[in-house]
Structures are given as C-alpha cells and as structure tokens.
Design a protein around this ligand. Sequence first.
Ligand SMILES: [Zn+2]
Length: 161
Amino acid sequence: MDRGDLVPDEVILGIVGEALARPEYARGAILDGVVRTVPQAEGLQRVLKQMGGGRKLDAVLAFDIDNDEIVRRLSARTVCGNCQTPYTGREPGGRCEKCGGTLMRRRDDEPAAIRNRLTVYETQTAPVFEWYKRNGARVVTVDAIGTVDDVTRRALAALGR
Ligand SMILES: [Zn+2]
C-alpha cells in the first residue's frame, strides 16, 4: 500500500465478505474503494451469490476526475505522525491540533506513489467499469469536480434518490 500498489484480491474479498455478513448491512451497503480489479469484481459476485438472500449489486458509481486534480487533492493531504489524525490542505511539518504531533504526508501520497497509483488505476481499475457494463450492471458516472456536497448531490440524483 505504501508504494501505491493494491491489496491482494483474496484479502479484500475476505474483509468485504465478513463485513457484508454483519446484521447492520443486511439492508445494503456502499462499498468505497472496492472493487478495484476485474478479479475482485468476479469475486464480489461469488461472495454475494454465496450469501444468498437475493443480495445483489444495485449500481456501480464512477467518480470522474482528471489526473491533475487527483494529484492536487492527494498532495494536500497530511496525517499526524503521532495520533494519525488526517488533515486536508495542511502542509507537512505543521502541528497536529489534537496532540501537537508533526504532520506528515502519507507514504502512498508521495508524488512517485501517486504516479504509480494512477498507472495501477489505468491498467487494473478502469477495465472494471467495462466488465460491469458487459455483465449488465448499472454503471453511473458522476462528475467529481466540486465540493463534497456538490458531488454527493450529483451522485444521489444519478441514482434517482
Ligand atoms: Zn496528533
């Protein structure tokens, strides 16, 4: 993860399967950051089928954003080296508001790791959307430039909520 590579598929599917089996997700869940590869998409389909009870994927949300904006956003993220509190828009070397610790850039947010993450996305994650379309899933693309509220509103509208 520190290099910007993905966690192995079987680890991800094990975590997701256990989480989805919990009672609080009996009525549904939103998976964020999963699925990231075609084998994970195939695996999630198997997991849902094994769970039974008509569990199925309702929609796939694709947040559309250009690479320059991704680099800008990730570069603006820091984390307290002591208590791990995350910050946005605060420089490395600053002080944590909670404990006074030093703010650091996450290792997977370093420029070289970001470039690797973008390459990993193009080669492993982008094909997931085509896979879902071929398999009859509802793939909804949302313009992700703007504030969290703007993007949330667009996502809900696109899902018809
Ligand atoms: Zn702290």
